[in-house]
Design a protein around this ligand. Structure first.
Ligand SMILES: O=C(Nc1cc(S(=O)(=O)[N+](=O)[O-])cc([N+](=O)[O-])c1O)Nc1c(F)c(F)c(F)c(F)c1F
Ligand SMILES: [Zn+2]
Length: 258
């Protein structure tokens, strides 16, 4: 199976997932001065007020909060999107102690972590799995996490992590609205890319917020107490550095909101 280690990491994924060497892979290094200011790009609109979080789980690659996506109660729309996309889940990518862990980089600079809110186009596709293989099927909102002061709401998530320490663990996680994790500005870069974990489907319209949020080293440390491994496995592997490095742009344009 795939992972982030020497034997199963990002440089080897192409063996089972040849699309890893495709023409619209993610993440990428974003160079702001090369981004095209597109004045036709409107603001992104997040309607999360009636979102319904269900559970929090350790899937062996990250910690994921799943949402009820049976109707349009929580959607992202506007910006580069032609339809509203339903929120399905969010998860994080992070580094080891002190080193960096974001997936996208900005002029070669990486952040401590990156939050991905995964949405799917329920107007055109009947379920997430079908959308995930379509070129306009998914929209992922990426938010950079920078080390600094405590984030006043992230503790709701980090306080629950001890309950999902092991791969395959899952617990109730109701009433969480990810709106509390947004920075003050929704200015963004956008480009066409892919999932950054296998199956690496080239189905993602990426929307990366320019402004990061600040979280403390203590809060980041709680992500690192998670394990890649299950309770029954003898060797414990700390969950950290679960990020794919930047991939070739291959002629793609990154657009910038105003
Ligand atoms: O649902 C998925 N979510 C997902 C995406 C990313 S992502 O980093 O690729 N991303 O898009 O942000 C990272 C994590 N994660 O937990 O780290 C995720 O759990 N992936 C996914 C999948 F697992 C499949 F088996 C599949 F068939 C499919 F179509 C999928 F799209
Ligand atoms: Zn992700």
């Amino acid at each position: 199976h795939w992972g982030y280690g020497k034997e199963d990491g990002p440089t080897l994924w192409h063996r089972n997932y040849p699309v890893a060497e495709g023409s619209r892979q993610s993440p990428i290094d974003i160079i702001p001065l090369q981004a095209v200011h597109d004045h036709s790009l409107g603001p992104i609109i997040l309607s999360y007020d009636h979102c319904t979080s269900i559970n929090i789980a350790n899937n062996g690659h990250s910690v994921v909060v799943e949402f009820d996506d049976s109707d349009d109660r929580s959607v992202i729309r506007g910006g580069p999107l032609d339809n509203p996309y339903r929120l399905k889940q969010f998860h994080f990518h992070w580094g080891g102690k002190g080193c960096h862990g974001s997936e996208h980089t900005v002029e070669g600079m990486s952040y401590a972590s990156e939050l991905h809110l995964v949405h799917w186009n329920a107007v055109k596709y009947k379920n997430f799995g079908e959308a995930a293989t379509a070129p306009d099927g998914l929209a992922v909102l990426g938010i950079f996490l920078e080390a600094g002061d405590d984030h006043r709401w992230l503790h709701v998530i980090t306080d629950a992590l001890y309950m999902v320490k092991y791969k395959g663990s899952l617990t109730d996680f109701k009433g969480f609205n990810p709106k509390c994790l947004l920075p003050s500005s929704l200015q963004y870069w956008t480009y066409l890319g892919s999932l950054t974990t296998p199956p690496l489907h080239e189905s993602v319209t990426w929307i990366i917020l320019k402004e990061s949020i600040t979280v403390s080293e203590k809060q980041l440390g709680k992500f690192r107490m998670l394990l890649f491994t299950g309770e029954e496995e003898d060797q414990r592997m700390r969950m950290e550095n679960n990020f794919r490095p930047p991939q070739p742009l291959k002629g793609r344009k990154v657009r910038s909101s105003n």
